[in-house]
Design a protein around this ligand. Structure first.
Ligand SMILES: *[C@@H]1O[C@H](CO)[C@@H](O)[C@H](O)[C@H]1NC(C)=O
Ligand SMILES: *[C@@H]1O[C@H](CO)[C@@H](O)[C@H](O)[C@H]1NC(C)=O
Ligand SMILES: *[C@@H]1O[C@H](CO)[C@@H](O)[C@H](O)[C@H]1NC(C)=O
Ligand SMILES: *[C@@H]1O[C@H](CO)[C@@H](O)[C@H](O)[C@H]1NC(C)=O
Length: 471
């Protein structure tokens, strides 16, 4: 190369470097170059830590995936899993709505062709500290509750935006499932409080969507038994005893049994009949046998077991994959060499059980009164937080808001079939079921889930009609 070319290339490199620094101020050290056994993709992934309390040594782990195409013009979606104590990276990102699922060998990945990063940039956070690869150097920090979790997530978001300044003003959608029915609305409330007091930066919240969310124990807990009863999983006698004799009004996680003896007996009888060989998170799927799958993974056999098109052993493959040192290295995870293996739900966290009893409806009301659309969606095969509770709670919330029905209850369609049923109140509050979906909606119905999500972020209603498919 002559010096002219060298100078020219030097200039191009310099220009590119400037462009990269100015336009894309993303942290190079968090860039995930390639995950072990990952198929090649055209979008970027980042992962790493954000310290939320430097003195205590408390740090939250995140995984961020850019949208597949044109990420600069796509919104930002935060996703949280629940528990409390379960991993959003393991759950949401790698078995539900992210771009990759583990393969049956537990050592490589396959594409999820219905990943939500087709329509949005996706941010997954292990929250609170003690979950997944998030940690604290101060052991008393493992005592967590709803308020401290929301506060840490607020600090996280502020500091994460410093790593990704381009996304600060981007449309922000807050999403999650299960106990994130607590996390997401409470986080939204903290961010709205920030907005109300800030003269500068404001969070650009455009919507809140929660799947099979825990909203109030006194309605969501009886719904589980109604679901068992309506699906033939318990006898008529036991179902009726529970529905007639149990008073769930003061139900709390730590003393659920301030209820009559006959009620108590019926509940333990119900749990016994339902048994261990059913996946309560999706009652139509077969179960995966841990003893078999773990041996197959060790022996380098393919462990996947397909039931209704779904690999029901995926959670075991994921645990195997996430515990490979090369995977942790590629993700910049486990930087302090935690003295325990990665698991989907934390056994170390001491979460305040009483917080499960907090009524989330007034918080959803406040979010809606700020003009922010709220979608409650529900996989209709879930018995853990079944649609029976959520549907009633959404109606009660609509009543409280004095909202009229703006979409009458009816089927919505996807690929010429019923995707589920939907209703909308006051143009802002939507309740939608997803037909054939689990507690983890995108896990068993990725295609319907993506349709629902893209409608949500694009401010569109779900289609209420279909044509016959082309012959
Ligand atoms: C936590 O402890 C580790 C090991 O002593 C140290 O490297 C780290 O800086 C501390 N703080 C955080 C936030 O990790
Ligand atoms: C338990 O039930 C008794 C009798 O119905 C009631 O007086 C008491 O307040 C209840 N306690 C709780 C914690 O709900
Ligand atoms: C962290 O790394 C250590 C040492 O390599 C390993 O023993 C441990 O299982 C890892 N823990 C997690 C949570 O990944
Ligand atoms: C279907 O949706 C369209 C457009 O929102 C609306 O005009 C129509 O009334 C709806 N039909 C039914 C049966 O809900």
């Amino acid at each position: 190369m002559g010096w002219v070319e060298r100078v020219w290339w030097g200039f191009v490199e310099f220009a590119l470097a400037v462009v990269v620094v100015v336009v894309k101020g993303y942290p190079a050290e968090d860039l995930v170059v390639k995950l072990p056994g990952q198929p090649p993709v055209g979008f970027k992934q980042y992962a790493g830590y954000v310290d939320v309390d430097v003195k205590a040594g408390r740090s939250l782990f995140y995984y961020f995936v850019e949208a597949e195409k044109d990420p600069a013009n796509k919104p930002l979606t935060l996703w949280l899993n629940g528990g409390p104590g379960c991993s959003s990276v393991g759950g949401g990102a790698f078995t539900e709505l992210g771009p990759f699922y583990p393969r049956g060998d537990g050592r490589s990945l396959r594409r999820n062709l219905m990943s939500w990063n087709k329509v949005s940039n996706l941010l997954f956070v292990e929250s609170p500290a003690g979950v997944g690869w998030s940690y604290s150097n101060t052991s008393s920090d493992l005592i967590r509750g709803d308020a401290s979790t929301a506060k840490d997530m607020y600090i996280f978001m502020m500091k994460w935006y410093e790593k990704f300044p381009e996304l600060k003003s981007r449309k922000l959608f807050l999403t999650g499932e299960s106990y994130a029915g607590h996390y997401i609305p409470q986080l939204a409330e903290v961010l709205l409080d920030h907005n109300a007091h800030s003269t500068g930066f404001k969070f650009n919240i455009k919507g809140v969507a929660i799947g099979n969310p825990l909203l109030t124990l006194d309605r969501d807990v009886p719904a589980t038994y109604e679901f068992f009863w309506s699906h033939g999983m318990i006898s008529d006698e036991i179902g009726l005893t529970i529905m007639n004799e149990c008073d769930f009004d003061d139900y709390t996680f730590d003393s659920p049994h301030n209820i009559s003896r006959s009620c108590n007996k019926a509940i333990s009888e119900a749990n016994r009949i339902v048994g261990e060989y059913i996946n309560t998170y999706d009652v139509i799927l077969d179960v995966c046998y841990p003893s078999i799958v773990e041996q197959e993974l060790r022996l380098r056999k393919m462990a996947n077991k397909i039931s209704i098109g779904v690999d029901v052993c995926m959670s075991f493959e994921r645990r195997f994959y996430f515990n490979l040192p090369e995977v942790q290295m590629a993700l910049h995870a486990n930087r302090t060499k935690l003295p325990y293996p990665w698991s989907m739900c934390s056994g170390r966290l001491r979460y305040n059980d009483m917080d499960g009893g907090i009524n989330i409806l007034p918080i959803l009301k406040k979010i809606i009164q700020n003009g922010i659309p709220v979608w409650i969606f529900s996989g209709d095969q879930d018995s853990v937080v079944p649609l029976l509770g959520s549907r009633t709670l959404v109606r009660e919330l609509a009543h409280d808001l004095k909202f009229k029905i703006t979409v009458p209850y009816g089927a919505w369609f996807h690929k010429y079939q019923v995707g589920g049923w939907v209703t909308e109140y006051g143009n802002l509050l939507t309740f939608a079921t997803v037909r054939g979906a689990a507690h983890m909606v995108p896990f068993a119905q990725p295609s319907r889930a993506l349709h629902l999500f893209s409608s949500f972020i694009n401010g569109r209603r779900l289609p209420n009609s279909t044509r016959p498919p082309p012959s």
